[in-house]
Design a protein. Structure first.
Lengths: 197, 162
């Protein structure tokens, strides 16, 4: 078990080193590969952060340009995804500051149609329908959460990041991350049951 | 009563944060024992599990067009940056070459002017001033040319009051 964990740790460290080397060279093939690899995860994170697909898509492009320009700043001691999400987050905050001086709270949009969850295909069974309903309810619930709670939930449960990694991305203490996850998840529960407060 | 509430709060926080790196062995053991004996925390565990499951099930995908546009934009920017770097490299090389050349020729010219001054029996201050004028001549000529051009341009546009 330990040998397997050690193997994975080593291969991740090696991957980070290779990425750092490629980013310093501004290797376009490496960037293509990274864009492919992180496309869905990055867009999902930005969508939850901003609450708007168009803005998320703009920031998606800006993030990769920033990765190209500032690639030499990537420290291979951290995982690439942690750095990538931190870059995306800073861009989102910069965007909001340009619009109005605000914190991440400003990303919570008022009454705009958000989280346009694409159809998951024709439901052929009861559990498919149920799953879709749950997804819609949770999406609606997420829309009503403060942006920092959404961010913590997405990073934890969709990206599977550790609490330390989330603290690095969000640039907040570990305790804050824990409380955001706890409060965010607690706030979502009523939505799952279909009886939001 | 308060102690019992504290236990529930602690249990719920641990349930929500549960993950391989988040809970110590002691916390894990305590939580398992607590949940076995507490119906409300068991229900909370079930709800949290469902919420997390639903959260993981939300499908958000990047469209192919977005990905391909991004790749193109990034490649274009990479090319721009490469060209910028090449230009900067050329300018740096030119500056170094000019500096080296200027250092070498200035020393040679200084000796040349000294030798000429000696041959023509000029006072050293005279050939030194001549050397200074000679060195500054290109800059003076270019400056005068630019000044003349500027004057000419302002003469042409002088009547315009926009």
């Amino acid at each position: 078990m330990n040998a397997t964990a050690c193997y994975f740790e080593n291969s991740m460290a090696q991957e980070s080193t290779e990425i750092a080397r490629g980013l310093r060279r501004r290797d376009p093939d490496l960037l293509d590969r990274l864009i492919e690899q992180y496309q869905h995860r990055l867009l999902r994170y930005l969508m939850y952060l901003t609450g708007r697909r168009e803005l998320a898509e703009d920031l998606f492009q800006e993030t990769w340009i920033r990765v190209l320009e500032r690639g030499h700043q990537f420290n291979d001691k951290y995982s690439f995804s942690t750095w990538l999400f931190a870059v995306a987050r800073n861009l989102a905050i910069d965007h909001m500051r340009r619009k109005q001086p605000a914190s991440l709270d400003g990303l919570l949009n008022d009454g705009e149609a958000a989280f346009d969850v694409p159809a998951t295909g024709q439901p052929t069974a009861f559990d498919m329908t149920l799953q879709r309903e749950q997804n819609e309810q949770i999406s609606a619930g997420m829309e009503h959460l403060p942006a920092e709670y959404r961010e913590a939930l997405v990073l934890r449960f969709q990206e599977g990041m550790s609490l330390d990694e989330i603290a690095t991305v969000a640039n907040v203490p570990l305790g804050t991350v824990k409380s955001r996850i706890y409060r965010g998840l607690s706030a979502l529960e009523p939505w799952l049951k279909g009886s939001p407060l | 009563m308060s102690r019992s509430n504290d236990a529930h709060d602690r249990a719920r926080q641990l349930i929500v944060l549960a993950g391989p790196e988040a809970l110590s062995q002691a916390d894990q053991t305590w939580l398992t024992t607590h949940v076995e004996t507490c119906a409300s925390c068991r229900a909370f565990t079930e709800n949290a599990r469902e919420t997390i499951h639903a959260l993981r099930g939300i499908p958000i995908a990047a469209e192919r067009s977005l990905v391909s546009t991004t790749k193109m934009t990034v490649r274009r920017r990479a090319l721009e940056l490469q060209r910028q770097r090449e230009r900067l490299w050329m300018v740096s090389i030119s500056c170094i070459a000019v500096t080296l050349f200027a250092a070498l020729t200035t020393a040679a010219m200084w000796r040349g002017f000294g030798w000429l001054g000696e041959r023509t029996q000029l006072a050293s201050s005279v050939w030194q001033v001549a050397f200074l004028v000679f060195c500054l001549m290109p800059a003076l000529v270019v400056g005068m040319f630019l000044l003349a051009r500027e004057t000419q341009l302002s003469d042409h546009t002088g009547g315009y009051s926009g």
